[in-house]
Write a protein that binds this ligand. Structure first.
Ligand SMILES: Nc1nc2c(ncn2[C@@H]2O[C@H](COP(=O)(O)OP(=O)(O)OP(=O)(O)O)[C@@H](O)[C@H]2O)c(=O)[nH]1
Ligand SMILES: [Mg+2]
Length: 167
């Protein structure tokens, strides 16, 4: 079986849950402690899409920001796609995600991505309304509500992106 390798970047503002989503996906762990990522951390996970198709995802977990620093943009090189992460309890992180998406398109061109509305377990603090989400869905964006804490839709998010990349 041929082994495919694809580089995926975790994109989003500070503290939206990029590192937590990777830990949940790769190690099935979660911590409430916030340890900000310095620079970039790389993990890998082998994902089986079918009996004939396996792909090794190289996950680049990049330190959060609402803009792409020079260092962060160099981390994007060679990425096949990205997860665009929003903290659903903080509306400004939605706007950060939109800025980041535009900056990435300028650098890499249009690449497959899935937008994650993370921390869905914190529904009582939720700040995203249906209307802004619906608008993006209409534009053909794939949006998923996730929780690194409960694991909801985490596996699905990475699989969905892998499928889009290999399409
Ligand atoms: N309740 C809840 N908390 C979460 C979830 N995901 C992450 N957190 C918490 O949010 C905080 C930030 O999570 P990180 O994964 O470190 O965020 P990050 O996007 O990697 O942050 P930077 O590395 O600074 O860019 C931590 O305290 C996590 O425990 C979630 O789905 N639900
Ligand atoms: Mg991090």
């Amino acid at each position: 079986m041929a082994i495919l390798q694809k580089k995926i970047c975790m994109i989003g503002d500070f503290s939206v849950g990029k590192t937590s989503l990777v830990s949940r996906f790769v190690r099935q762990t979660f911590s409430d402690k916030y340890l900000t990522t310095v620079g970039v951390k790389i993990d890998t996970k082998l994902v089986k899409l079918s009996d004939e198709l396996e792909v090794k995802l190289i996950l680049w977990d990049i330190a959060g920001n609402d803009a792409l620093t020079t260092a962060a943009s160099s981390y994007l090189r060679g990425a096949a796609g990205f997860l665009l992460v929003v903290d659903g309890t903080r509306l400004p992180t939605w706007h950060s995600a939109l800025n980041l998406k535009d900056a990435i398109a300028k650098q890499l061109g249009e690449k497959p991505f899935v937008m994650l509305l993370n921390k869905i377990d914190l529904t009582e603090q939720w700040e995203l309304n249906e209307q802004i989400l619906e608008e993006k869905t209409q534009q053909g964006w794939k949006l998923l509500s996730t929780s690194a804490k409960t694991g909801m839709n985490v596996e699905k998010a990475f699989l969905e992106l892998a499928i889009q990349i290999l399409k």
